[in-house]
Ligand binder design. Structure first.
Ligand code: X90
Length: 281
């Protein structure tokens, strides 16, 4: 059976270390002067520089139906994972594309998963999908097992600025103000509805790292997979990795840079962490 895994660019990954074909539908960042397509060729560092200088409105756009369909063509068994439907139209657009593709290709199966999350949690779902497919499981079995796995993955974030989230109506301005103050980071998690839920505020990176680890253990982390995605903050990302390894020496931890979409919303300094813990439901 010919399988493919397709995500949108909020997953922050362009390739996977598995034999399963993998594709990415790009989101876009839009200003009155530029359109930045999150296609892996974009220089994210200069986009962030441009945005820092730019004083006008900026927003984002999810992949359209054709962007998704382009990634489906030629494949029969497709698993598609999108950024949370609580904050983006990406899931809806992927569902329409999936239905049209199945209508036009009688043998095709497309299963669209609403991650209710972003970045590293999507990347973890993708890794698991790739493993299940490589093990030789059939479409229905992969579907059953990935939903079970997804029930145990979690997302936590620590942000220094929430300006772009607030300006685009993804959180309210009162909450965003807390993250604006010097040295203060807002810590929160993906809620069960796939929206941002604030949990703590911390001053300084030491306190932030302790708060993240405390939150992870409250949610049942006992030393499995952790994926840390950061927006131009490699030093704090590796400090966090070391701290987790000290507590759980067998933890499987990877660090990746955020691509354009997550960089735009997490902003410079932001960290987004995916991990496995207790069952959500
Ligand atoms: O469709 C679109 O234009 C995309 C909109 C995306 C909006 C929010 C992205 C947030 C990315 C921020 C920290 C993690 C929050 C996760 C909550 C589920 C990064």
């Amino acid at each position: 059976m010919n399988f493919k895994i397709v995500v949108d660019s909020s997953a922050d990954i362009r390739s996977i270390p598995y034999s399963v074909p993998f594709g990415v539908a790009p989101l876009k960042i839009i200003t009155s002067q530029m359109e930045y397509c999150d296609d892996g060729k974009l220089d994210v560092h200069s986009m962030l520089d441009d945005l820092q200088k730019y004083k006008g409105r900026s927003s984002s756009a999810c992949p359209n139906i054709e962007d998704w369909k382009k990634e489906f063509i030629g494949f029969e068994n497709i698993f598609c994972v999108t950024i949370t439907s609580g904050l983006s139209g990406s899931y809806n657009s992927a569902c329409v594309a999936a239905n049209e593709y199945m209508r036009d290709n009688a043998n095709a199966n497309v299963f669209v998963i609403d991650s209710l999350s972003t970045g590293p949690e999507i990347a973890m779902i993708v890794e698991k999908l790739a493993q299940l497919i490589e093990e030789g499981n059939g479409f229905e079995e992969v579907k059953k097992q990935i939903l079970r796995y997804k029930n145990t993955t979690h997302l936590i974030f620590a942000l220094e600025s929430m300006h772009n989230l607030a300006n685009n109506g993804r959180i309210n301005h009162v909450v965003a103000k807390f993250a604006g103050a010097l040295g203060i980071r807002v810590i929160g998690k993906a809620s069960l509805q796939g929206t941002l839920e604030m949990t703590d505020r911390s001053r300084g990176s030491k306190k932030m790292i302790s708060d993240i680890i405390k939150n992870m253990s409250t949610n049942g982390y006992i030393g499995g997979r952790v994926r840390i995605h950061h927006c131009e903050n490699p030093s704090v990302a590796s400090e966090l990795k070391e701290r987790i390894l000290k507590a759980c020496p067998k933890a499987n931890i990877d660090i990746t840079q955020t691509a354009a979409l997550c960089s735009f919303y997490a902003e410079r300094g932001g960290l987004i962490i995916g991990y496995t813990g207790k069952a959500k439901a």
